[in-house]
Design a protein around this ligand. Sequence first.
Ligand code: UDP
Length: 325
Amino acid sequence: MKVFVTGGAGYIGSITVEQLIKAGDEVIVFDNLYQGHRDAVHPAAIFIQGDLKDRAAIDAALAAHRPEAIMHFASYTLVGESMERPFLYLGDNVVNGVNLLQSALAHGVKKFILSSTANLFDKPERIPIDEDERIIPGSPYGESKNILERILYWLDRTQGMRYACLRYFNACGASEERGEHHEPETHIIPLVLQVALGQRKEFCIFGDDYPTPDGTCIRDYIHVIDLANAHILALRALDGGSRTYNLGNGRGFSVKEVVETARAVTGHPIPTRVVGRRPGDPAVLVASSEKIRRELGWTPQYPDLRTIIETAWRWHRTHPHGYAK
Ligand code: UDP
């Protein structure tokens, strides 16, 4: 299949591109390189540097390459930033998604995969969280994804758009060649590994007074290759109708457990310091991924936190400055 991937130079996007190419698909990456890295783009993909603010640029790219499907990764993605700069999310994330969808329909592209988020579930009633959980976005970031999910619902009903919304819990880990590099870095696993590499003095734990066994937040860490494969399965299934899945491992680990595992993997003491809570962080987020397992036969290859951190550690050691030259 010919697939148009926005954000294909970013962390999850670039590794999904790699997996698509391995599976024999043709890929066109559309990325503004604001957060993405040119070197993260697989050499077999066509690369277009473009911005989703620019409807004419999207139209030109779709007209030139005539893809059958779109995977939309390009987005602002930080819960904390969205609490401080809500219009980047409720404005840009939404408007850029709408631009892309308008272009898609104008060019007859009716298969669409949306990167969505666990931040739709701020106050879950049941853990693990399944797709029937009520949606209460935890931040403007979560709300921006909720709005795009709702737009897709209506485009399916009114325009025949077939979509999959994939709500990621905590993506992490690396492939052999691609990994996680954000500027500035805010995610737990790369931060902890930067301490192990001697690039940071300590790791700050955001709050140890949550209602959890060790007082730190619990998250569901899912390997980025498993996430990428879920996109490919969802894409192949779209002819059978639109769908929405929660994507995690179904097991939660606390911040302290992640640090402990990283100590075991790296052999470094990784000093920590407890600081205040980060606004927008719920205490526990763990996914039920029963639905995608049942319907699409998705099975994670890297369910174990230690293996996940080992893959990330291998990439960080071989790329101590990420994609920076
Ligand atoms: N976290 C932390 N210190 C940091 C970064 C993250 O304690 O410097 C915690 C954060 O509060 C959350 C978990 O680690 O409970 C995962 O955060 P991350 O930013 O990696 O992903 P998110 O859950 O925001 O998608």
